[in-house]
Design a protein around this ligand. Structure first.
Ligand code: SF4
Ligand code: SF4
Length: 66
């Protein structure tokens, strides 16, 4: 199973919650204070970022490996 991380930057207010909760340090904030994906391949699909984001800026999708 491969995980796709969909970010809607326009919704992100840079609160850092997702960055703090991600157990694999997949996410970070850029110089504009918006979330971005550092290393998608490290994502374990736990869904914590999606669950914790107060602004629904992150969506986790799981895809069958190609
Ligand atoms: S699903 Fe889990 S591992 Fe993947 S980016 Fe979100 S918090 Fe990190
Ligand atoms: S939790 Fe949501 S609003 Fe906060 S930094 Fe992450 S994506 Fe942005």
């Amino acid at each position: 199973m491969q995980t796709k991380i969909e970010i809607r930057k326009e919704r992100c207010k840079g609160c850092n919650i997702c960055v703090a909760f991600c157990p694999k340090k997949v996410l970070a904030l850029d110089s504009m204070g918006k979330v971005y994906v550092v290393d998608e391949s490290a994502c374990i699909g736990c869904g914590l970022c999606e669950l914790r984001c107060p602004d629904f800026a992150i969506r986790i999708r799981k895809e069958a490996a190609k």
